[in-house]
Ligand binder design. Structure first.
Ligand code: GLU
Length: 449
């Protein structure tokens, strides 16, 4: 049996870090097992779903490298949900209920005041045929509830180990609203059956859902739809660096924003793919390598800490390791392609790719030299070698040392400051040949060049 998983976002918003982690863990697990990854757009809520959000989700996944093998829209599959609903009705597992939200709310309050769990009392099941006919005659439309067995539903969770949900403590879930809208619960199960999903991997906030959904799987299997209940994995949720719930700001941080902030896809995927696992938090060579290295055995039960500082560190690592061939196109786009030597000299100084713009300006100007001691600058100019090649820096700095007596920091710092306008930066020996003699001479004279 080959592995098949799905990532099932609702196109009612942008992809944020939490969704990406779910998508990524699904992708990594599938790829590590030689299986396939399905993108399922959960757009049964036609009022809230938009084509723009759907497109955004696809763009973000593609940018991250999370390529899907199959893709579906729930909005094109209503006939399948209808068929499943009819089977459940025929089996007595899906029943109409006319209770209004106000009635439900009032009864919940009574239950709570009596110390009872506020679960649906199944009043609708007690209605006679005449009662139902009368309600219909008033023009009222029912919603439809799944009749839970009310038992301990147990499964072996790939992430949590042995898991159990007691469905006696749950209300019969509404599967179809009075306006005919299919809520997520049933379509998801029907799709998992039809698409042959072998593993359902999602956040642990879905654990209770799973209890009801396993009952729905079993009811549909008994009604002739599908053969097996998939394996489940409920991942611990993301928390902030302080161990508390992820802040609203971080929790809603979208992939689009991270892209705009200059993060590399591999830094984001390495971070989200490795937090909460026993793997070291280092940048991976490729997303494929992340997939090959993934296993639920490495995922602990403790929540995964999302720390922006880690992401920054991984981003810098990704840039430091980036070969010129991978950078060239982007350097061209930024009009900063000063060749391989330049890239190799500056990449270790980058935290975001866009930092390269300032470094390119350092080389080709304009730079406003910072000259604290004009006499020192003049002395340095006097001994500037004719040819600025790879060895020029060491020849020149020893000549400056001989003529001025400056050494160590007092020698190197003013030269850097004059030539680049900055107190820090890339290795001077590598960049002086790139700056070139003409500009060096001007900068030593205090000219903007
Ligand atoms: N659309 C659902 C959600 O975003 C999918 C949950 C699932 O993976 O089954 O929560």
């Amino acid at each position: 049996m080959s592995v098949k998983v799905r990532f099932a976002p609702s196109p009612t918003g942008k992809l944020h870090v939490g969704n990406v982690r779910t998508a990524l863990v699904n992708w990594m697990f599938a790829k590590g097992q030689g299986g396939s990854f399905v993108l399922r757009i959960d757009d049964t809520d036609l009022a809230r779903s938009t084509p723009e959000f759907e497109q955004g989700i696809e763009d973000d996944l593609t940018w991250l490298g999370l390529v899907w093998d199959e893709r579906y829209n729930q909005s094109k599959r209503f006939d399948r949900y209808h068929d499943a609903a009819e089977r459940l009705k025929a089996a007595g597992r899906l029943y109409p209920a006319w209770d209004t939200p106000e009635e439900l709310d009032r009864r919940r309050k009574v239950q709570l005041s009596r110390g009872l769990p506020p679960i649906y009392d199944r009043a609708a099941l007690a209605l006679s045929d005449e009662d139902k006919a009368a309600l219909e005659a008033e023009g009222r439309k029912p919603h439809w509830r799944f009749k839970l067995d009310g038992r301990r539903v147990a499964w072996e969770d790939l992430s949590r180990g042995h898991a159990e949900v007691d469905t006696t403590s749950m209300s019969d879930p509404v599967l179809i609203r009075e306006d005919g809208l299919y809520l997520y619960t049933l379509p998801s199960v029907v799709d998992d059956i039809d698409m042959g999903i072998t593993h359902v991997i999602r956040g642990e906030d879905h654990t209770t859902n799973t209890g009801a959904q396993i009952e729905i799987f079993e009811a549909l299997i008994a009604a002739g739809l599908g053969t097996t209940v998939p394996t489940f994995a409920h991942m611990p949720l993301l928390v902030g660096a302080d161990g508390a719930a992820l802040s609203k700001r971080l929790g809603s941080l979208s992939v689009a924003e991270m892209r705009d902030q200059g993060y590399e896809p591999i830094a984001i995927t390495s971070h989200l793919g490795r937090i909460g696992t026993s793997d070291p938090l280092e940048v991976a060579d490729s997303i494929e390598a992340l997939g090959q290295g993934f296993s639920f055995d490495k995922m602990g039960r403790s929540p995964a800490r999302y720390d922006n500082e880690d992401l920054d560190r991984l981003n810098a690592q990704a840039l430091h390791a980036m070969p010129y061939a991978a950078a060239k196109g982007r350097l061209e786009t930024l009009d900063c392609d000063l060749g391989e030597t330049f890239w190799d000299a500056v990449r270790a100084n980058l935290t975001k790719f866009g930092d390269v713009v300032d470094l390119a300006r350092m080389v080709r100007g304009p730079v406003t030299p910072v000259i604290e001691d004009p006499a020192f600058a003049a002395a340095a100019l006097a001994v500037l070698p004719e040819t600025i090649d790879a060895g020029a820096w060491s020849v020149w700095t020893s000549a400056v040392k001989d003529s001025t007596g400056a050494k160590g920091k007092a020698l190197f710092m003013p030269l850097r400051h004059i030539l680049t306008g900055q107190p820090h930066g890339p290795d001077m020996a590598t960049i002086v040949p790139l700056i070139g003699r003409e500009r060096i001479e001007k900068r030593l004279k205090g000219e903007v060049a």
